[in-house]
Design a protein around this ligand. Structure first.
Ligand code: PGA
Length: 249
């Protein structure tokens, strides 16, 4: 694991954008695994700024998103397809037909999951997977469970996730209760992974995930086994890691 310490959210965003842009520059037709949520928004803003300056070209880039709520269509402003269009795709020269988000409106969810896995395989896998971390240790929407789910699958969202994500919805009753998420296998098969975290709300789970036992009860703990994991986190998110592992600092 490579640990990149950032001062604050803006610094984390810029450092993370540097890692993504290095991938795009070195491999213009790369497959990026992308994440939603509050954490990567600043990183996307920075990538857009560098695109506008002429430093980045997304013309041949392909992308695969981690997850989508069940029951929200591409035009729903709480959906993750909408999020990606608003926060990145509409502002750079990526070809939208090269971007993928699970279809939360699929009539046959199981078939949609199999289609998504096949699509990832057909693209040759993910070159760089961007991840956030839930305060319960989820990655994508792989929630704490008795076993690691390997394939893209339907999940019942954990109450902690519903509570955390209710901030984006008019009321907690509007938060979807299910989602489609890429599984642990596709995430772990990415050639490189960058895990982002910001703020003291993530401080405990960052220590548990990166230094605790590897268990499906903390899905992000599996990342300890990835051969090419880069963690980009700010001081607030790393405060418990710093207390318990001062030798790293
Ligand atoms: P956040 O979500 O970036 O909004 O904190 C992270 C996650 O749930 O993966």
């Amino acid at each position: 694991m490579k640990l990149i310490r950032a001062k604050d959210y803006n610094d984390m965003s810029r450092k993370a954008a540097n890692v993504v842009s290095a991938t795009v520059i070195l491999r213009p037709n790369c497959v990026l695994g992308l994440a939603t949520g509050s954490t990567p928004v600043g990183m996307y803003k920075q990538l857009i700024a560098w695109y506008e300056k002429g430093d980045l070209d997304f013309k041949a880039v392909k992308s695969i998103n981690l997850d989508e709520y069940v029951g929200l269509d591409a035009y729903n402003d709480q959906g993750y397809r909408y999020f990606m269009n608003e926060n990145l795709f509409n502002h750079v020269n990526i070809d939208k037909s090269n971007t993928s988000v699970p279809n939360g409106m699929a009539a046959d969810v199981e078939q949609e999951c199999r289609r998504y896995d096949k699509h990832i395989a057909d693209l040759g896998g993910v070159d760089l997977q961007v991840l956030g971390i839930g305060n319960n240790g989820h990655i994508g929407f792989n929630e704490p469970d008795e076993a690691f789910e390997q394939q893209t699958h339907l999940v019942d969202l954990a109450q902690k996730t519903i509570d955390a994500n209710s901030r984006f919805f008019a009321s907690i009753d509007d938060v979807p209760k299910q989602a489609i998420t890429m599984g642990i296998k596709s995430i772990m098969q990415a050639k490189a992974i960058i895990l982002l975290a910001s703020g003291e709300g993530k401080a405990d789970i960052m220590e548990t995930a990166l230094f605790g036992p590897i268990t499906p009860k903390v899905p992000a703990s599996i990342l300890q086994l990835h051969p090419n994991l880069t963690v980009v986190a700010d001081e607030a998110a790393l405060q418990v890691v710093a207390q318990k592992h001062p030798e790293l600092f």
